[in-house]
Design a protein around this ligand. Structure first.
Ligand SMILES: *Cc1c(COP(=O)(O)O)cnc(C)c1O
Length: 430
């Protein structure tokens, strides 16, 4: 067999179709949407389809209270309000993060404090988080990125000890587990996104949508009064005597989910377990096939975590030393030439290097370096988070599969082996 890299004119290792063969049940989606159109139930919350979806999601993850919202963004903003965050408070968020995750807190006048990610897990590093806790820390807001679960055994006790609310960004983590329990069923408050379309969208994708999940009655009621204007029966539902004095326009935001989106989400939820099982089986088989490949390894997972990278794909760490100096970008480019669908962990999620933390933007929000609530924003610079800044250099991703074409994963494994063997040649090219 000609072992020359496709990048250098050799034959491509991957000839099978790379697209996932799994298809979402579009006919079922059309029927569900058609039924809502017939009944006219397309603007409501607290009853009908939205209520049924909330109950079904709560059942699925095993938690008491669930609210369906317009977006993951609005779910997260409601959770920050629920936590009681405001001017002068700090929240800790990974520098390898996402502005959409904490934008609500920014607008409530709270100060972001970024933290480093662990170089082997590429998730918020609990040791680094702990060092950044101050008496003003109100919330820790880690991301279970690509459905891979953060170290909950460290984060939860840390939050309990310091009286901090843990807001899990579970936008990618529907159905992910820690020690056999689903995310959203055992923390303080977790927020999911329903953005995108399957496969490839958030694991319960519905175009747009979000979900707040908690077992804490007070957090639930605060999230509810913040975002569900005109929810049916809301004043009877509320137990807190203070909140019961509001009227059914609550605090004014109308961030409830669209019922048509929830009809799609409900169908995605019903086939989620099957997708996770199949994806995980194929992933483990693939990892077995590349176990002997030196220099390219799956990103580490915590023992107790079980997730499926239905959104984002499989992540790999590149050991440049073992590959004669080849970087993750060079490896990914060589794999792409072999026919593998790859993606780099690019810079757009490096929070501390955003313009709002590194540049003067006079007049954007107010005088001086302030945020949207007229509170000073922290200043950051390149070099503040070395692991985060190196993510693109040390890691890359490929899309995983629920239903790969026959022979595909063998071919992708061959591509990995071939590229790893030629590491030196890749690095030598620059
Ligand atoms: C998608 C996503 C969200 C929420 O996004 P919406 O598009 O508002 O649903 C939050 N955090 C992360 C990490 C995400 O990827």
């Amino acid at each position: 067999m000609d072992n020359k890299l496709a990048l250098h004119g050799g034959p491509r290792a991957v000839t099978a179709g790379v697209a996932d063969r799994w298809r979402r049940p579009i006919e079922e989606e059309k029927r569900a949407i058609g039924a809502l159109l017939e009944s006219g139930e397309i603007s409501l919350s607290g009853k009908g389809m939205p209520k049924r979806f909330e109950e079904e999601f709560a059942d699925y993850i095993g938690c008491r209270y669930v609210l369906a919202t317009s977006h993951g963004h609005t779910a997260l903003a409601s959770a920050f309000f629920a936590a009681g965050i405001g001017p002068g408070d700090e929240f800790i968020h990974p520098a390898y993060g996402y502005i959409g995750s904490y934008v609500g807190a920014l607008h409530m006048g709270a100060t972001p404090v970024f933290c480093e990610s662990h170089p082997e897990y590429l998730l918020a590093d609990p040791d680094d988080i702990e060092k950044r806790i101050t008496p003003r820390t109100k919330v820790i807001n880690p991301i279970h990125r690509f459905g891979r679960v953060c170290d909950m055994d460290r984060l939860l006790p840390m939050c309990e000890k310091h009286g901090i609310v843990l807001i899990e960004d579970a936008a990618h983590a529907h159905g992910s587990e820690w020690g056999g329990r689903r995310i959203g069923s055992f923390g303080h408050i977790a927020c999911f996104s329903c953005q995108g379309v399957l496969p490839g969208g958030k694991p319960v994708a519905a175009g747009e949508g979000g979900i707040v999940a908690t077992n804490d009655r007070e957090l639930y009621e605060r999230a509810l009064i913040y975002c569900h204007l005109h929810r049916s029966g809301v004043l009877d539902e509320l137990e807190n005597p203070v909140y019961r004095q509001l009227d059914n326009q609550l605090l004014g935001w109308k961030w409830r989910a669209h019922p048509l989106a929830l009809a799609i989400a409900q169908i995605a939820l019903r086939n989620l377990s099957e997708r996770i099982d199949r994806f995980s089986r194929v992933r483990e088989e693939f990892y077995g096939k590349i176990a002997a490949v030196r220099g390219i390894e799956p990103v580490r997972r915590y023992e107790k975590s079980k997730g499926a990278e239905l959104f984002g794909g499989l992540q790999f760490l590149v050991d440049a030393k073992a590959l004669g100096g080849a970087t993750a970008a060079e490896v990914a480019a060589a794999l792409r030439a072999e026919g593998v669908t790859t993606a780099t962990n690019e810079a757009r999620h490096i929070e501390h290097l955003r313009a709002i933390y590194t540049k003067d933007l006079p007049g954007l929000w107010g005088k001086g370096h302030v945020g949207p609530a007229d509170r000073p924003l922290p200043r950051y610079k390149r070099g503040d988070f070395p692991v985060t800044e190196s993510v693109a250099a040390i890691s890359f991703r490929i899309s995983g599969w629920i239903d790969p074409a026959p022979g595909l994963i063998d071919q992708v494994a061959c591509a990995f082996a071939k590229v790893a063997e030629h590491g030196e040649e890749l690095a030598a090219r620059d």
